[in-house]
Design a protein around this ligand. Structure first.
Ligand code: AMP
Length: 446
């Protein structure tokens, strides 16, 4: 059921009946008009409806739930120092730590002008700071499920006054891994509450499951199902597994890509690619679930601030991360799940910006490519890997006989590497090549 026609009418934020403090925060962030998901979801949330909202990644989902929730919680805002006056009223659950942090950052931005308290709790960090914030009392709590249960078990947080529950990336929240935790959390919440599900993708199973704990939910769907933003140019390069690294560097160089997020399927291959890039003299940060939380945050922050040009990541980074103006995403390996393809490429082309998604597909991955194309109902353009223009021939120089001899000795020493390097692009990313032993950088030692 959708009420789109009537509700899409609001063409600017002031028509959405949000509190002036919230409108001021939105204006300060430079948001001129609400996005389609915001136009549809905000009036429904303000009206107290449960929601299942499907929106493309990067379409402004966070503000779509956070702004109306802040509006509804605003009457409870107070400056009392008593924790009892600041019970948790809105709980937002997110599947990954990074997404939880990002959502919380947005909540902080949106509530800057309101005396409402919020915090974020997630695993991989000490409990102490989180406990202190919870004990002081917060109206809005963003959490990953496991850590929230830890705090609930320690009685550092009470959830019996939660009026609003948001499941961000609801499909992931409801999938096998999170379902038991989610059920335990639901058991701690009042039955009388408003529940909002936001996700880029919804399978039939998940829709059925979600309906079991939503009350007469409204469906909001602003994009065709299981599609990526239209602003993302999607290309496929067919390359042998061994040639992927060269292909990656060629594309980055030839297309003059300022920053790219590179996805691999596994933590092992993410680390491996990070090392291979390093050996080619290319700085790249690596982020995956086995990295210490601090390293993950540092890598992500460094990338967001443009310190690293390349970030290699597993699908942990595919969900929800918003990196402003990220121009390009690579699928160094296609994901096993076509849904992850949509999430991955949703990291670029966000909020209307154009983006590029490049998939390097080896013969072994043809089936995965077919799966992706079926899922997104689109045949992807296959193009040859761009090749850099050949270097101009060196200007003739007069060389002394001895120098030329020693050069040819060096040539013999380096042999095939030197020859291959000669054929390689002069890539802006590459530092001077490392000395001889780094010879076979296409062959990865295990
Ligand atoms: P989200 O889908 O919530 O991750 O948001 C994606 C990006 O869009 C974030 O950088 C938001 O700050 C930005 N954004 C959200 N709503 C708007 C809006 N109405 N106008 C412009 N940018 C927005």
């Amino acid at each position: 059921m959708t009420e789109s026609a009537a509700l899409e009418a609001a063409s600017n934020f002031s028509e959405l009946d949000l509190a002036p403090e919230i409108l001021a925060a939105v204006t300060a962030l430079g948001y001129a008009t609400p996005t389609p998901i915001q136009r549809q979801a905000i009036p429904l949330v303000l009206a107290g409806r449960d929601l299942m909202a499907q929106a493309q990644t990067g379409t402004g989902k966070t503000a779509a739930f956070a702004l109306p929730l802040l509006h509804r919680i605003k009457p409870y805002a107070n400056t009392s120092t008593s924790p009892a006056r600041h019970p948790v009223r809105a709980l937002v659950l997110a599947p990954t730590r990074e997404l939880a942090i990002q959502v919380h950052d947005s909540v902080v931005d949106y509530s800057r002008q309101l005396p409402l308290r919020s915090t974020v709790v997630y695993g991989g960090m000490g409990m102490d700071t989180q406990e202190a914030a919870l004990r002081a009392g917060v109206e809005i709590l963003v959490a990953t499920p496991g850590r929230l249960l830890d705090h609930a078990g320690n009685r550092t947080v009470q959830l019996n006054q939660v009026q609003f529950l948001v499941l961000d990336e609801a499909d992931r929240m409801l999938d096998m891994g999170f379902l038991p935790d989610l059920k335990r959390i639901l058991a701690l919440l009042p039955r009388q509450r408003q529940t909002l599900l936001f996700s880029a993708t919804f399978s039939e199973d998940i829709i059925r499951l979600a309906q079991s704990f939503l009350h007469n939910p409204m469906r909001v769907e602003v994009a065709r199902r299981n599609t990526a933003a239209e602003t993302v140019e999607q290309v496929v390069h067919r390359v042998r597994e061994d040639d992927k690294l060269d292909a990656l560097l060629n594309v980055v160089d030839c297309r003059g890509i300022a920053q790219a997020l590179i996805f691999t399927r596994t933590k092992i291959s993410a680390d491996k690619l990070g090392r291979r890039l390093q050996r080619r003299g290319v700085e790249a940060a690596v982020i995956h679930g086995d990295k210490a939380q601090l390293d993950r945050l540092t890598a992500l922050e460094g990338f967001k601030q443009g310190k690293n040009r390349l970030l290699v990541a597993t699908d942990i980074a595919a969900r929800g991360l918003d990196i402003v103006e990220l121009p390009c995403v690579f699928n160094f390996e296609l994901p096993y799940s076509p849904e992850d393809y949509v999430h991955r490429i949703g990291r670029t082309g966000r909020a209307g910006a154009s983006g590029l998604a490049v998939s390097l597909v080896s013969p072994e991955e043809e089936k995965l490519l077919t799966g992706v194309e079926r899922f997104i109902q689109k045949t992807l353009a296959v193009t040859p890997v761009p090749r850099p223009a050949p270097e101009p021939p060196p200007a003739p120089v007069q060389v002394l006989a001895e120098a030329s001899q020693s050069e040819s000795r060096q040539d013999r020493q380096v042999g095939p590497v030197a020859r291959r390097r000669g054929a390689e692009p002069v890539c802006a990313l590459l530092r001077p090549p490392p000395p001889a032993p780094a010879a076979h950088d296409q062959i990865e030692p295990e």
